[in-house]
Design a protein around this ligand. Structure first.
Ligand code: HEM
Length: 493
C-alpha cells in the first residue's frame, strides 16, 4: 500500500473516531437515561433560540421524566441532573461527585488560565484550606459602599438618558448590561478586595477595558465548545493568554499595593487581606493568592450582575403590580438594614433567583469511582456530572402546576414564612441557585444585600418599564438573564 493510501486510511479512521466520540456517548454510560442529540448545544449559535426555548424543546421532558440525561458539552459527554433529589445526592456526596473545575477538566484552556485553582473549583484539603482563609471575609463585610454606589448608578442612568434623543429613548431605552457591570465591579472591589475599580465615576478605566478585552477572548463560542483548540497555540490565542496573565498580575498588584499602602491588611476583614496574610505566612503560594483574588472579582461581580439584570427586568415587566407594591414598601425606609425584613421586596428577589437562576448549567463534578445515582443510574468512574438549576427550580413536584409562573407570593406573606420557605427549598435542593450543603455559595448574603439596596435606590428615583423595541428573550447559552436588557426610566415626581 502506498504511503498516501496509508495516510488517507488513517485520517479516515481518525475522523471516524472523532465523529463517533462526538455523536454518541461512551458505551459505559448509563443506558437507562436519555441521550440528548449532540447537535442540540450548537442550536443557540446557529439559530435565534434562547436557552429557555432550548430547554423546553429538548431537555424539559427527559429531565422531568428520568431526572438525568446524557449531554455533549465542553467537547465531552456528561451526565446532567435536574431532579432535586439527585441534586441533593450530588451535593451531599462531595467525595464521590468531586469538584473538578476547569483547572482539572481543561487545564490548557484560556478560561482555566484566567481563574486557576480557586475556592469554587478546588477539592479536598486544598478547598478546606481556602475555605478556612476566606469564609470570614465573605460573611462579615462592610456593606456601606452599596448605598453610595447605587446613588452613582442612578446618576449614570441620568447621564445616559440625557445622551439619547428623547423620541428614540422610549423605543430603545437604555442598554443596561454595561451599567450594571460597572456597578457590580465597584461594589465587589470595595467590599471584598479593598480598592475601588472606579468604573462608576470614570468612563475609561484601563483595568476595566482590560477585563472587557479578556472576557471577549475567553468567551468565544468556538473555544468554549471545543476548548482543546487552545492546545493549537494559534497566534490570537497566544495573545489572549498573555492578556489574561497580565490582567491577573495587575489585579493582584493593585490589591496588594492598596492594602499595604493603607496599612489596612493587618487590621481589616477584607477577604483579600486574609488572603495576603496567608500568602505572607506561606500558607498559600503566589499563584493560589492570584487565583483566589481573581475568582473573588469574577464570581463577585458576574453573578450579582446577572441577578440584578433579571431583577430590573421583572420589576419593569410587572411595573403595575410588583413594582408598585415594592415601591410602597420601600419608599419610607431610611436605614438599609431595614430592607432585609420587607416581605414584598424579599419574596420578589427570591422568586427571581428561582425563575432565572443566574448560573443555569454547572458541570464541574467528576466521579471519583463507579457509583449509583438514585436507585438505578450507574455512573462509571471519571465521568463529568453537572446540574441544571432551571430544571430543579421549575420542577412541578416541588413548585406546583404554576412552577413556570412568576409568583413571589408563593414564598409567603411575612418575612418569617418567606425565610422558612427559602431554607426549606434550599435544603431539598429545589432551590439550587446558590448551591447548597457544604459547598454552598459564600457570597449569597453579600449578593442579596447588594440587590436590596440597589432596588431601593433605583425605585426611589424612577419608575421602570421595558423599552418597546427590546426583544424579550434570555441569553442563548451559559449564564442566564434577559439578553441585552434595555429599560426606560421615568423620573418620580
Ligand atoms: C447572585 C449572585 C450569586 C449566585 C447566584 C451564586 C451562585 C453560586 C453557585 C451556584 C455556587 C456553586 C458553584 C458550583 O456548583 O461549583 C457558588 C459558589 C460560590 N460562590 Fe456564589 N453566587 C453568587 C454570588 C457570589 C458572590 C458575590 C461571591 C463573592 C465573591 C460568591 C462566592 C462564592 C464562593 C466562594 C463559592 C464557593 C463555595 C465553596 O465551594 O466552598 N458568590 N455560588
Amino acid at each position: 500500500m502506498s504511503l498516501i493510501k496509508v495516510i488517507s486510511s488513517l485520517s479516515l479512521i481518525l475522523i471516524g473516531v472523532i465523529i463517533f466520540k462526538i455523536v454518541l456517548p461512551p458505551l459505559n454510560f448509563p443506558r437507562n437515561i436519555p441521550t440528548i442529540p449532540f447537535y442540540v448545544i450548537f442550536l443557540p449559535t446557529l439559530t435565534k433560540m434562547d436557552q429557555i426555548q432550548l430547554y423546553e424543546l429538548y431537555l424539559k421532558e427527559p429531565l422531568e421524566k428520568y431526572g438525568a440525561v446524557k449531554v455533549f458539552f465542553g467537547a465531552r459527554w456528561n451526565i446532567l441532573v435536574g431532579r432535586p433529589e439527585y441534586l441533593s445526592e450530588i451535593f451531599k456526596k462531595e467525595d464521590i461527585f468531586a469538584k473538578s473545575g476547569n483547572q482539572k477538566k481543561i487545564p490548557y484552556s484560556a478560561i482555566a488560565a484566567y481563574t486557576g485553582d480557586n475556592i469554587i473549583s478546588a477539592h479536598g484539603d486544598v478547598w478546606k484550606k481556602y475555605r478556612g482563609i476566606m469564609t470570614t471575609g465573605l460573611q462579615q463585610f462592610d456593606d456601606t459602599p452599596f448605598e453610595k454606589n447605587a446613588k452613582l448608578f442612578v446618576k449614570l442612568i441620568r447621564i445616559k438618558m440625557s445622551d439619547i434623543d428623547k423620541t428614540t429613548l422610549t423605543k430603545t431605552g437604555i442598554p443596561m448590561i454595561p451599567l450594571i457591570q460597572r456597578l457590580a465591579l465597584d461594589n465587589i472591589s470595595q467590599t471584598l478586595l479593598g480598592f475601588n475599580f472606579g468604573t462608576l465615576t470614570n468612563d475609561c478605566v484601563p483595568l476595566h477595558e482590560h477585563l472587557i478585552r479578556i472576557k471577549r477572548q475567553i468567551f468565544q463560542p468556538l473555544f468554549l465548545t471545543f476548548p482543546f483548540l487552545d492546545l493549537l497555540q494559534l497566534p490570537q490565542r497566544k495573545k489572549a493568554f498573555s492578556d489574561i496573565e497580565q490582567f491577573r498580575n495587575i489585579l493582584v498588584d493593585k490589591v496588594q499595593t492598596q492594602l499595604i499602602e493603607n496599612y489596612e491588611f493587618e487590621q481589616t476583614k477584607y477577604v483579600s487581606s486574609d488572603l495576603i496574610r496567608s500568602y505572607t505566612n506561606n500558607i498559600i503560594n503566589h499563584k493560589q493568592l492570584t487565583d483566589n483574588v481573581v475568582i473573588m472579582l469574577v464570581a463577585g461581580h458576574e453573578n450579582p450582575q446577572l441577578l440584578l439584570t433579571s431583577l430590573l427586568y421583572f420589576l419593569a415587566k410587572y411595573n403595575n403590580t410588583w413594582q408598585k407594591k415594592i415601591w410602597n414598601e420601600v419608599k419610607d425606609i431610611i436605614d438599609t438594614k431595614d430592607l432585609a425584613s420587607l416581605p414584598h421586596l424579599n419574596s420578589f428577589i427570591l422568586e427571581t433567583t428561582r425563575m432565572y437562576p443566574p448560573l443555569n448549567i454547572i458541570i464541574n463534578r467528576c466521579t471519583s469511582r463507579k457509583c449509583r445515582l438514585g436507585n438505578d443510574i450507574v455512573i462509571p468512574k471519571n465521568t463529568y456530572v453537572g446540574y441544571h438549576n432551571y430544571s430543579a427550580t421549575h420542577n412541578k413536584n416541588y413548585w406546583g402546576d404554576y412552577a413556570d409562573d412568576f409568583e413571589p407570593r408563593r414564598w409567603g406573606d411575612d418575612i418569617e414564612s418567606i425565610t422558612k420557605s427559602w431554607r426549606h427549598h434550599k435544603n431539598n435542593s429545589s432551590l439550587s441557585s446558590f448551591h447548597g450543603g457544604k459547598r454552598a455559595c459564600l457570597g449569597e448574603k453579600l449578593a442579596l444585600s447588594e440587590m436590596r439596596v440597589t432596588i431601593w435606590e433605583v425605585l426611589k428615583q424612577f419608575e421602570i418599564t421595558l423599552a418597546s423595541e427590546w426583544e424579550d428573550r434570555v441569553t442563548p447559552a451559559g449564564p442566564l438573564c434577559p439578553a441585552g436588557l434595555q429599560l426606560n426610566f421615568i423620573e418620580r415626581k
